[in-house]
Design a protein around this ligand. Structure first.
Ligand SMILES: Nc1ncnc2c1ncn2[C@@H]1O[C@H](COP(=O)(O)OP(=O)(O)O)[C@@H](O)[C@H]1O
Ligand SMILES: [Mg+2]
Length: 250
């Protein structure tokens, strides 16, 4: 039984197909790498799973429910969520506020509603606050709780984006190039953090150019080129595949 099953998923921009009839299964707790040359459709496919682009065709079943036409916030509520590079509110809120806002699932809601502290929401408030501190503590980020998003380093930013997702207790985390902007000496820490998330039982789908990251984290790798999967297997299997090598060379 797969947790996530994409069947014949297509994405098009105008008349141009970026993703063509991609079928892919993900087991609970599995860590899947998605690689391929620029323009292969990796980000578009990830956005199709997260709900940020509309499907031009196909279906996505998650945890027994068709989610292919749901908006992102409803998918997130069910447990599938994608990290975002710098949402609009991110730089103007502190790290702590970012986490609390994500914990309320208030995508698009103003910070005011979070801060109002109506009596009926106080209990939920306390739960979310406690979770924010525990997530900060776990990733050794408590010392930046009061910094604004704009003040963070690239690596800290990536981590806060991931922590925002964890506030929702997801079953699947979709990561689009999590290592972009991360200083080389912090890449190992971020890999270790992602490994600990995986060990907790959260499934990962990782699009990443840095192949050593995929090699370290993913038990299965799918290679895409021109909107379609061209190979699938262990990291070692796919990188030695002549079709994959040809796709990278172009
Ligand atoms: N918002 C967009 N509008 C139009 N074309 C897009 C858009 N996003 C991606 N594309 C095109 O779709 C194709 C796949 O892009 P993308 O999913 O970003 O690939 P990858 O992440 O593998 O580099 C490319 O040809 C790209 O130019
Ligand atoms: Mg991309």
């Amino acid at each position: 039984m797969s947790l996530l099953a994409a069947t014949d998923v297509s994405v098009a921009y105008g008349g141009v197909r970026a993703v063509s009839d991609v079928s892919l299964d993900l087991a609970a707790g599995e860590s899947l790498g998605l690689i391929g040359p620029n323009g292969a459709g990796k980000s578009s496919f990830l956005a199709a799973l997260g709900g940020q682009v509309a499907l031009a065709g196909g279906s996505i079943v998650f945890d027994g429910h068709e989610i292919g036409r749901m908006p992102p916030y409803r998918r997130a509520r069910r447990g599938i969520t994608r990290t975002f590079q710098m949402t609009s509110e991110f730089p103007r809120m502190t790290v702590f506020e970012n986490l609390v806002t994500a914990g309320h699932g208030a995508y698009g809601a103003s910070l005011r509603t979070v801060v109002l502290r109506r009596r009926e929401t106080r209990r939920a408030e306390e739960t979310v606050t406690a979770r924010a501190w525990s997530v900060l503590d776990r990733f050794e980020m408590s010392h930046v709780a009061d910094l604004y998003g704009a003040e963070l380093s690239g690596g800290q930013r990536r981590l806060v984006e991931i922590m925002r997702c964890l506030m929702r207790e997801p079953k699947v985390l979709l990561l689009d190039e999590p290592m972009v902007g991360v200083a080389p000496h912090l890449v190992e820490k971020l890999i270790a953090d992602l490994r600990s998330i995986r060990e907790e039982g959260i499934a990962l789908v990782i699009v990443e150019h840095a192949l050593e990251v995929v090699q370290e984290l993913c038990e299965r790798v799918v290679v895409m080129a021109l909107g379609r999967p061209i190979a699938s297997g262990s990291f070692e299997q796919v990188v030695s595949d002549p079709d994959v090598q040809a796709a990278y060379v172009g």
